[in-house]
Each structure stands twice: as C-alpha cells, then as structure tokens.
Design a protein around this ligand. Structure first.
Ligand code: C5P
Length: 397
C-alpha cells in the first residue's frame, strides 16, 4: 500500500491507450490511492465511464457542467482536493491545448486551474509524436514544470513501429510512486548486485544458487525511487529491469566481479544482494560432457572472489551494504559477516522467511546495533532499507 492516503485525479483523453488506463486505476487503487477519474469526451468513445467507475469506486466526471459538484466548480474543485493530477493517455491535441494554456473542456480547465503537480503520459502515432509541433509543446510543458512519463517505443495500434506508445500501466504506477517517494538519495550513484550466479560445468550444465532476484530488484527500484542513479549487475533471473534502472546482465561470479569492479569506484553506495556462488569449476568443459565417456566426472572447484569484501577494501570506495541469508543464528552469523567483510551495514534474513516468495523479514545490523524491521513485502522492506542507508550516509537526519 505504497500510495495509501494519496489522492489522485486521473484524466483520460481520447486514444486507443485509454483501455490501459483502466488497468492503471486498478493498480493505483491496489496501492491504496484514492482515484477520481475525469474523462474527455473523446475518451468515452474508447472506454465507458462505467468501467472507470467500477474500478475506482467513484462516479466519473465528464464535463465541467457536471451538476454533482454543489458549487458547479468541478474544474476547480477536483484538482484542488488532489495530491497529483495524472493524465494518461495524453493525446497530441490535449498536450497542444494545455501547453497553450487553453481551457476548452473539463480536463484542460482542470489543468489550468490546478494547484497540484501534473504528470502526463503521452500516447499517439509516432509521426504525431515526432512532429515538431508536438515536440515544441512537450518542451514547453517540461519548462513549465510538468512531468512527462514516456512515451515508449514499439508496435502501435495503427500498425506502425516507433515512439509514441503509452507506457504500460505498471510503468505508470512506478512513475507515480517515484513522484511521491522522498528523494533521500538524490544525486547519489548506487551500484547493486542481485540474483544468483551460474558457474558452468560444461556447455549446458552448471552450479547455481537458489535466488529469485526479487529482493535485489526491489532494492534497486527503491533506490531509483529515492532519486539515485542506479546500476544493477544481475545474474540470470526471470525479472524485468526496474523502470529507470540500468541493468548489466552477467552469468558467473567472475563476470559479476568484473562488472562491479569496473563501476565500484564511481559509485557512492554498493549494495550486494546477489547470491554469489562461493566456488566455480576450475576447468569447465567447452562441450557437453557425455555420460558414457570417462565415467563419473570429478569436478574440481576453486574459490570465487568475494566481490563485497573487495569493494569494501577499496580506498575511498562506496558505502557498502551486504546481505546475509542464514538458516539459523541470524544475529551472530550476520554480525560476524559484517565485521569480517568490514562493511558498515548488513541486512540479515532467515532463509525460511523469504526465499522465492514476495514477503520477507529483515534485520539490519550496523555499528549502532540491531534494527529488526516488521515482516513485510520485499518492496516495503527495500524502501525501509534505503531509508536506513540514506540516514547512515547522512542524506536525512
Ligand atoms: O560470504 P557470504 O556469501 O555469506 O556473504 C553474503 C554477502 O556477500 C552478500 O551481500 C553477497 O552478495 C556478498 N558476496 C559477494 N561475493 C561473494 C560472496 C558473497 O559479494 N563471492
């Protein structure tokens, strides 16, 4: 419930992407936001107000003459009660009208009369997007302090391919969450590792750790949301890169080590969440080992570099945070690991509490002592961890 208590007005203008706005309402409501939908006349040709009413639990406003507002001031009152006005999809025509300060329908009037921030999610044909007129209008809106989410590039409803697609609902939700998140790591560069590593035995087999990558990805998203520039060095996982995060995909611990060491000195904070294999195969076979040739293979293992300990030892290196997944004696093992790797902060969890699932239980250990966090989703825990890091690194009191 990251958006609990937040009041949003969602403006929907005419365009095929209007159907995605319905899913967006569902996602916003699921995060606890109160969503008031207002539609342009054009939008009602794509999706009915009933759909938005059912999803938001509120009657939808369609024009400024709506008699439900006691003072007949829908265009003013709707955005006055809001923490954020989001228009998704925002058509080329709508962007043109609001960049010129026009107030010729309910949505445009709301934009002009608002006293809350405005985000727009453009959605249009690629040539309409690339047209200098649209680019000029968007540049004007940005200069006026309007936030622009997207657009994405890809296949369009008209059959063409290019920029102009509205961002997906989950990406828009991330944009809204970014907007509300306190920017406790603004201007900081955060480097993370996440997921397992894969150590090849031969061309098709390998040694790996069980790790979904979800905790690391959640921490990367939370750091991004807190305003940091985030690079995520990730082992093989089945997750999309969080919006706005640069992902460097790697396989083995040696790959991960190289990718991290190339970037560590330029980072302010390093958070090692990856489940790195402790050992790799000394001489992986280039081809698939055959069962009937040479008997049971003896696999010689050699130790992998400890990426976190190496980064922690860099003179003037980043503030380092580790993770300790233990099956017992959490406090003793986590503290021991923290001191051995010489890192200021370690987040410990019992494997039986969090493995593969969406929830987890974390305990933070630092120089001040032990800070247990209440059991929560990995996203909420990630945000709390980032807040703790921001406090320790002096960004917030
Ligand atoms: O030593 P251990 O694997 O238990 O420590 C876990 C912490 O160290 C995690 O933060 C993990 O990402 C990091 N680590 C690492 N390189 C290794 C092993 C662990 O960065 N080779």
């Amino acid at each position: 419930m990251e958006l609990k208590g937040k009041r949003l007005v969602l403006g929907v203008t005419g365009g095929i992407a209007a159907y995605k706005a319905a899913e967006l309402v569902r996602l916003l409501v699921r995060e606890g936001a109160e969503v008031q939908v207002a539609m342009s006349e054009g939008a009602t040709h794509f999706v009915t107000p009933t759909t938005f009413q059912a999803l938001s639990g509120r009657p939808v406003y369609l024009d400024q003459w709506d008699a439900r507002m006691p003072n007949a001031m829908a265009h003013i009152d709707l955005s006055r009660q809001a923490d954020l006005l989001l228009v998704a999809p925002a058509s080329a025509d709508f962007l043109a009208r609001i960049s010129a300060g026009m107030a010729d329908d309910l949505l445009a009037t709301m934009v002009l009369a608002r006293d809350c921030p405005l985000l727009v999610a453009p959605a249009m044909n690629r040539q309409m997007w690339e047209n200098p007129a649209t680019q000029r209008n968007v540049a004007q809106l940005v200069a006026d302090g309007v936030g622009v989410l997207g657009p994405a590039s890809g296949a369009q409803a008209c059959g063409e391919v290019g920029p102009g697609r509205m961002l997906e609902p989950a990406e828009l939700l991330a944009g809204v969450m970014d907007f509300f998140a306190p920017k406790t790591l603004a201007g900081r560069r955060v480097l993370l590792t996440a997921g397992p590593t894969f150590e090849a035995i031969d061309a098709v087999r390998g040694i790996t750790n069980l790790s979904s990558g979800r905790m690391g990805y959640a921490v990367a998203a939370a750091a991004r949301r807190a305003g940091a520039a985030v690079t995520l060095v990730s082992g093989p996982v089945a997750l999309d890169a969080p919006v706005g995060v640069e992902r460097v995909a790697v396989q083995s611990a040696l790959d991960m080590h190289a990718a991290v060491m190339a970037r560590a000195a330029a980072s302010d904070i390093f958070i090692a969440v990856a489940a790195v294999a402790d050992y790799r195969v000394a001489r992986p076979a280039a081809h698939k080992l055959k069962k009937d040739e040479g008997g049971v293979p003896a696999i010689e293992l050699i130790e992998n570099p400890d990426i976190l300990a190496e980064v922690a030892a860099l003179p003037g290196g980043p503030f380092c945070v580790g993770f300790a997944a233990e099956s017992q004696n959490l406090e003793a093992y986590a503290q021991k690991k923290r001191l051995k790797k010489k890192i200021p902060l370690i987040a410990g969890n019992l494997m039986q509490d969090g493995f593969g699932g969406s929830d987890n239980r974390l305990v933070l250990f630092d120089d001040q002592g032990t800070h247990p966090l209440p059991p929560a989703s990995k996203e909420v825990l990630a945000r709390q961890l980032i807040e703790h890091i921001a406090r320790l690194t002096g960004e917030i009191a």
